[in-house]
Design a protein around this ligand. Structure first.
Ligand code: PLP
Length: 359
């Protein structure tokens, strides 16, 4: 870094390691290079959609929150439009929440590792502190959470969890919301909720003022490349977040494609979820029988986390798959996840190919 930039930049950013997203670790390159690889490392859905977009009004700015999109999501999730904020992926929702509730270098967020990495990265970028209360057997440690009441502004829970895959017990989520009801916002990240829709926490808004739910079209809706997510909360919270978000967060083509996926595309999404759950059950049974696998985590999402018997086996399996251009995700650096790898549930052929390489 030049002397000038070194002098001007925020000091904490100079050594900061950015989020190691699946595409930073393995870039997809051009279409030809991308099609040479089997992408099972970012919890995307297999199979591409076909959408037509109109360029009729592309010379105009889009609405701040495109009406057709908000109507479609409102119909889908059963909440009022005033309780919904469409964002550039759920990742933007995470960032907005931290920027809206945490004062830089004064306030902190709380996370329950092993969990999704962007909560910590967004907090670090903003200058928020990070308090960690690790999961206990992949569930909330309510006693640990209680000790942090009054010390944090935002609590991030992830259910179904990434990378663990399981749902948090709903009573525990409610207990956490109760614990923090006068002191902190509790965010329930439901990026994978379509794989167990009955477990959503959106019904808690009527009872609690401190709840936010995050959603995305990147997973069950097979639209990761679109970058469209939703923050669901009380009208009061949505009004606050709307002061922080960029003026035109959703581009017109994104709104158009997302609106179609949320109306005509709903049956297709339900079918995709059903297929995924079937392939996942088969893969889970297969993994359980492999000598190099010591644990298969319960999954309510579109991926499976498993533990290898030791570090050598973990490295061998990961590298073997890479040598066949099959990319999965190494989660072994996360707390409690020694020797763990995560496989996204791809198409039937992709998973068959993975099994063949590993057999
Ligand atoms: C738990 C969780 N939350 C949020 C996101 C981000 O989703 P989006 O693609 O909508 O930004 C992901 C993406 O992998 C995730 O796993």
């Amino acid at each position: 870094m030049s002397n000038l930039i070194n002098k001007l930049a925020r000091k904490e950013l100079i050594d900061m390691v950015p989020y190691q997203s699946a595409r930073r670790l393995f870039a997809s390159g051009d279409a030809k290079q991308a099609s040479n690889k089997t992408w099972l490392n970012a919890n995307e859905a297999p199979g591409m959609g076909e959408y037509q977009v109109s360029s009729e009004n592309i010379n105009r700015y889009p609405d701040f929150q495109p009406t057709s999109l908000l109507n479609a999501y409102s119909n889908y999730c059963g909440l009022k439009r005033s309780q919904i904020l469409a964002t550039r992926g759920a990742d933007e929702g995470i960032e907005l929440i931290i920027r809206s509730f945490c004062r830089a270098y004064e306030d902190s967020i709380l996370i329950c590792p092993p969990t999704y990495g962007m909560y910590g990265i967004s907090a670090e970028n903003h200058g928020s502190g990070i308090v960690k209360v690790p999961l206990n057997n992949n569930q909330l440690d309510l006693e640990g959470l209680q000790q942090q009441v009054g010390k944090v502004k935002v609590v991030f829970l992830c259910s179904p969890g990434n990378p663990t895959g399981n749902l948090l017990v709903k009573e525990d989520i409610i207990a956490a919301i109760e614990l923090f009801k006068d002191d902190a916002i509790v965010v329930v990240d439901e990026a994978y909720i379509e794989f167990s829709p009955a477990e959503t926490c959106t019904n808690l808004f009527t009872q609690y003022d401190n709840v936010i739910v995050l959603r995305t079209l990147s997973k069950a809706f097979a639209l990761a490349g679109l970058r469209c997510g939703f923050t669901l909360a009380s009208e009061e919270i949505i009004t606050l977040l709307s002061k922080v978000i960029a003026p035109y967060p959703i581009s017109a083509p994104v709104a158009e494609i997302a609106s179609k996926a949320l109306s005509a595309g709903l049956d297709e999404m339900a079918e995709r979820v059903q297929d995924c759950n079937q392939i996942k059950a088969n893969l889970s049974a297969w993994l359980n029988k492999q000598s190099w696998c010591s644990e298969v985590f319960v999954s309510n999402a579109n991926f499976i986390l498993f533990r290898c018997t030791n570090l050598d086996e973990k490295t061998r399996i990961f590298d073997l798959l890479v040598s066949y251009n099959i990319l999965i995700r190494d989660q072994s650096k996360q707390i409690q996840l020694d020797n763990c790898l995560r496989i996204t549930i791809g198409s039937e052929q992709e998973i068959a190919q993975l099994k063949e390489v590993l057999t």
